[in-house]
Design a protein around this ligand. Structure first.
Ligand SMILES: Nc1nc2c(ncn2[C@@H]2O[C@H](COP(=O)(O)OP(=O)(O)OP(=O)(O)O)[C@@H](O)[C@H]2O)c(=O)[nH]1
Ligand SMILES: [Mg+2]
Length: 340
């Protein structure tokens, strides 16, 4: 096996999308990954960046840990897209008040949707595990994560389920259905992610549709028959076998959506595309939810928890980090209305 952890990082104290201290967050995330896992397993960690980490920065972050390497990449709008259709800032039809997404963020989405698999495969890696600068492993993992996946015949692992709000994925459900029909794909368990609303849901839909006339975010509560349910994997942590992503059907799917401008024009992010690819092409038995260790991925702005949070691992008896986090910010939230 040739596995690697990956980060995509920016050497800034105030990132353009969220205004966060990415540099310090990266340091904390790496230190926690070592404390709770990598001091024992010493597996490769590649930090992809856009050239903003000098050799001195790289030395400071590596702290003599030789498994950490830096790999420079260049982000640009793909040549095949009509640039006039790529906005500098993407805003949903709900309006600016509900979030704005810059180019950097959308480059990141494309990176994790498609580019990462080409890059790692060229570098000879066969397994990948993603951490973001705001992903924190808070309790020890005593086993080799990659070995665990391989020996249990698993190909995709995640820690937290999540549902994307519909206002951020307009047209995605239709596009998935069109793709499946056009290329006569026989999905593995995608059908489980398509709403078949009960009578109660149907009545609720009328109610939410009415409310949406005044409050557009209420659209997030609709369960329209046949629509993709937008439930997937909170992929700021994921672990996966490269062979799945480089297989012909999955590559065809990823490229088809990439050619449409999924990341840059449509704002269909890496989370929904990755989740849908798994649900359409992977045998469900190969998908694994880790629940034994504590994980944090929290969007905190102006000192308040906006989205995400911390998830206590079943093996984490002390759960000190969970207590401290919940005391300060409260429990993890997945309120689609609040996702910016
Ligand atoms: N080099 C580079 N890295 C980026 C850029 N945008 C995001 N990243 C990194 O990509 C990872 C994911 O970005 P986040 O901003 O956390 O994206 P997100 O998880 O969708 O957003 P939140 O849920 O609010 O955290 C982080 O490690 C970021 O530092 C970018 O423009 N350039
Ligand atoms: Mg994040």
């Amino acid at each position: 096996m040739k596995p690697t952890f990956v980060y995509l990082a920016q050497n800034t104290r105030k990132d353009p999308q969220w205004g966060r201290d990415s540099r310090s967050m990266l340091e904390i995330s790496l230190d926690k990954l070592y404390e709770n896992y990598n001091h024992k397993f010493r597996q490769s960690i590649i930090i992809f960046h856009e050239g903003d980490f000098t050799l001195e920065d790289q030395r400071e972050l590596s702290k003599g840990r030789p498994e950490i390497t830096f790999h420079e990449i260049e982000f640009k709008i793909p040549d095949f897209l009509d640039k006039s259709k790529v906005p500098d800032v993407w805003v949903s039809s709900a309006g600016k008040a509900y979030g704005e997404w810059g180019l950097g963020h959308r480059h990141m989405c494309r990176f994790y949707t498609i580019q990462i698999f080409d890059l790692l495969s060229e570098l000879g890696y066969d397994w990948v595990c993603r951490f973001d600068d705001d992903s924190i492993l808070h309790s020890p993992i005593e086993y080799d994560l990659f070995e665990y996946m391989e020996s249990h015949n698993l190909e995709y692992g995640y820690r937290v389920d999540s549902q994307e709000p519909y206002r951020l994925t307009e047209g995605f459900s239709e596009a998935l259905h069109n793709y499946i029909e056009k290329f006569a794909v026989n999905p593995t368990f995608f059908d489980e992610h398509v709403w078949t609303p009960s009578l109660k849901n149907t009545l609720c839909n009328y109610y939410h549709q009415l409310l949406a006339l005044r409050w557009p975010l209420k659209k997030n509560n609709l369960r329209i028959a046949g629509t993709y349910d937008n439930w997937g994997y909170f992929n700021n942590f994921f672990i996966s076998k490269m062979a799945f992503w480089k297989s012909d059907p999955v590559q065809h799917f990823l490229h088809f959506f990439d050619q449409m401008g999924a990341s840059h024009i449509l704002h269909w992010n890496d989370l929904i595309l990755q989740s849908a690819a798994v649900q359409i092409f992977m045998d469900k038995k190969k998908v694994h939810k880790f629940e034994d260790w504590t994980y944090e991925h929290a969007t905190i702005r102006h000192g308040k928890l906006e989205y995400g949070g911390i998830w206590r691992g079943k093996q984490d008896e002390q759960a000190d980090a969970v207590k401290a986090f919940e005391q300060q910010y409260g429990r993890a939230i997945f309120d689609a209305d609040k996702t910016y």
